[in-house]
Design a protein around this ligand. Structure first.
Ligand SMILES: *Cc1c(COP(=O)(O)O)cnc(C)c1O
Length: 229
């Protein structure tokens, strides 16, 4: 197994290569290191290569890492990328820079309520089920459009973009990434502030090159950095 530093360096090179192929500026694509199931010591190792943004999927595990003495003083930016139930929102609000996995109007309403209570502005992405697989979380694209006005009206929270987990097949995945981008482009003109609705969180270890080609602004990479666990 290569070291984490070597893995991150290779991924950064692959991001640059994919951006050049796609005619994009590599500064438009942020690497989120998915550290779920990984110990704090390995997060520290990744941080030592200047990796700042980390993604976590489970509330309890995230909270433990957030308070871990090895990490708590580091300027880390945490992304919550797991499925988020309404009743868990209050434990993570204010501790994460972006929540990727909101997939219901009612969950967004709860986020709004908690943000107002904490007197902060919370940033979130809507998770979209682009593959249509019933086992996956996420709103149907049509439901996103139908809920858009209600979502935009919620105080205390800002919809920053869309997130998806694509099919394992890369050809299908690329289509689904394109579909997510098209959906974002459909939402932008009806948004109260299109300049804030810009993020496409798509692409993981196996398909981030395709995602970058289709406009990803954030890729979520776990296994290719930390290995299997
Ligand atoms: C685990 C996970 C990832 C990372 O997947 P890899 O294939 O290990 O890169 C990305 N996004 C989400 C939502 C995840 O749960």
């Amino acid at each position: 197994m290569e070291s984490i530093a070597t893995n991150i360096e290779e991924i950064r090179e692959q991001i640059i290569a994919a951006c050049i192929e796609a005619g994009r500026d590599p500064a438009e694509v942020r690497l989120i290191a998915v550290s779920k199931n990984q110990p704090a010591s390995l997060i520290k190792e990744a941080f030592d290569t200047q990796q700042i943004e980390f993604g976590e999927s489970y509330v309890q595990e995230f909270l433990e890492k957030h308070e871990d003495p090895l990490l708590e003083h580091l300027p880390l930016e945490w992304h919550f990328i797991g499925h988020l139930q309404s009743n868990k929102i209050r434990s993570i609000i204010g501790k994460v820079s972006l929540i990727h996995g909101i997939d219901k109007l009612t969950t967004a309403e709860e986020l709004s309520k908690r943000a107002l209570q904490h007197n902060l502005q919370a940033n979130y992405l809507l998770e979209v089920n682009t593959s249509g697989e019933p086992s996956k979380y996420g709103m149907k694209p049509d439901d996103v459009l139908a809920s858009a006005e209600a979502l935009f009206a919620l105080p205390g929270i800002t919809l920053c973009g869309l997130m998806t987990i694509a099919s394992p097949d890369r050809v299908l995945a690329q289509k689904e990434f394109r579909q997510l981008r098209t959906l974002l482009e459909t939402l932008q003109p009806i948004s109260p502030d299109p300049s804030k609705l810009t993020e496409l969180s798509m692409g993981m270890s196996g398909d981030f090159r395709e995602a970058i080609h289709e406009g990803a602004t954030m890729i979520r990479v776990g296994t290719a950095i930390f290995g299997w666990r």
